[in-house]
Ligand binder design. Structure first.
Ligand code: 9Z3
Length: 317
C-alpha cells in the first residue's frame, strides 16, 4: 500500500470513530505529566518517558454494544514491564485495557477486596494475615509511583479509544525527542466494523445467520514511528501461535514499520521467553529459571533500557 492510501485509511478510521470521551482531560493530564518529567523541565526531573500499552482492544459489533470481538491479553506483560521501567528510572504512561492486570497488583489474589480483607469485631476492616505483606507492598509501591509523578494510568476498551489515545499520547511525547519510548505490548485488533456502518441496536438473531464484513484496521505503527513521534525509540510486539512463522513475521514488522526492535513471542511460552528481533540480529531473552517467581520482563526491560541509552547517545552525537 502506498503512503497516500494509508493516510486516507487512517483519516477515515479517525473520522468515523466515535469521539473520545474526556479527550480534553486526557490531553491535560498528559501535558502535566510530560512537562513534569521532561528533560527541559524547570523542576529538573529529566526522566525518560515510556508509553507502555497493555491488554487487548475490543471491537464492538453494535453501537449500543451487546456483542463484541476481543483480542486476548491478560495485561500481565504490560503491568510487569511498567514496574521494571519505573525501577529503571523511567516515567511510564500506562495505556491499558480496563479490567486487565495492573502494576503492583500482580501478586494479589483475583478478588483482592473479598480475599485480602476481613471485618474485625464487627467494626473495622483489616488485612487478612496471609496477604498482609502483598497488600502493603502494592499500596506502598503504587502510591510512590503515582505520587512521585512516575506513573500515569489511562484506560481504554475499544479499538477506537485505543488508537485515538495512542495518537494523543504520541503527539504529546513528541517534545521529548529521543528520550521518549514506545513499548507496544497491547494486542491490537486487525479487523473492525466502522462506527457509521455499525448497527445501532442489538442485532436480532430471529433474522437468521449473520453475515458481517469487517474492515482492516489501518496499521498505525509506521505513522507513529515516522510522523507522530519521529525521534522516539519504538518497540512493538509480535504474537503468533505457530513458531514456524514467528521470526519471519517479526522481521517483516521490523522493516515495514521501521521499529527499533520487535519482541517476538509465542502464546504458550510468552511468560518464559521472548526473542528480541533487531536489524543487527536476534537476542533470546528468558526468565531466570533458578528463581521462582522471576519474570521474563525483568531481563527484557533491562536489555531495552540499555539499547535506548545507546540510541540516545547516537542521536545526540
Ligand atoms: C504481545 O505479543 C504481548 O506480549 C502479549 C502479552 C499480548 C502476548 P499478556 O498480556 O500477553 O501478558 O497475557 N502483544 C502484541 C500483540 C499484537 O497485537 N501485535 C500486533 C501484531 O502481532 C502488532 S502491534 O500484528
Amino acid at each position: 500500500m502506498d503512503s497516500a492510501a494509508l493516510h486516507e485509511e487512517i483519516d477515515s478510521f479517525f473520522e468515523s470513530a466515535p469521539p473520545l470521551k474526556d479527550s480534553a482531560k486526557v490531553t491535560d493530564k498528559l501535558k502535566q505529566f510530560i512537562e513534569f518529567n521532561s528533560p527541559s523541565s524547570g523542576e529538573g526531573r529529566g526522566r525518560r518517558v515510556v508509553c507502555v500499552t497493555s491488554g487487548g482492544t475490543m471491537v464492538p459489533l453494535e453501537q449500543r454494544c451487546v456483542r463484541y470481538i476481543d483480542n486476548f491479553s491478560s495485561g500481565n506483560r504490560g503491568a510487569a514491564s511498567t514496574e521494571y521501567f519505573i525501577m529503571a528510572g523511567y516515567a511510564v504512561i500506562f495505556l491499558y485495557r480496563r479490567g486487565t492486570s495492573q502494576p503492583y497488583c500482580r501478586s494479589l489474589p483475583e478478588d483482592p477486596l473479598l480475599e485480602c480483607f476481613e471485618i474485625a469485631d464487627d467494626v473495622d476492616i483489616q488485612v487478612r494475615q496471609p496477604h498482609s505483606e502483598a497488600v502493603k507492598g502494592a499500596i506502598r509501591d503504587h502510591h510512590a509511583a503515582v505520587a512521585g509523578g512516575l506513573l500515569l494510568k489511562l484506560p481504554f476498551t475499544t479499538i477506537f479509544e485505543y488508537l485515538q489515545m495512542l495518537r494523543i499520547i504520541a503527539l504529546s511525547m513528541r517534545s521529548l525527542g529521543p528520550y521518549a519510548m514506545f513499548y507496544l505490548a497491547a494486542a491490537v485488533s486487525d479487523f473492525y466494523v466502522p462506527w457509521k456502518s455499525m448497527a445501532e441496536h442489538k442485532i436480532q438473531s430471529a433474522s437468521g445467520p449473520l453475515d458481517m464484513r469487517l474492515m482492516q484496521v489501518p496499521k498505525m505503527l509506521l505513522v507513529l514511528r515516522t510522523e507522530w513521534t519521529p525521534m522516539a525509540f519504538c518497540i512493538s510486539f509480535k504474537l503468533e501461535t505457530d513458531s514456524k512463522i514467528l521470526l519471519e513475521k517479526a522481521g517483516t514488522a521490523l522493516k515495514k514499520y521501521k521499529m527499533h526492535s520487535v519482541v517476538a513471542n509465542e502464546l504458550l511460552t510468552r511468560n518464559e521467553e521472548v526473542i528480541v528481533v533487531t536489524s543487527s540480529g536476534n537476542i533470546l531473552v528468558h526468565r531466570d529459571r533458578t528463581r521462582t517467581g522471576s519474570d521474563v520482563e525483568d531481563p527484557l526491560v533491562e536489555l531495552l533500557v540499555d539499547r535506548h541509552s545507546t540510541y540516545i547517545k547516537t542521536i545526540s552525537t
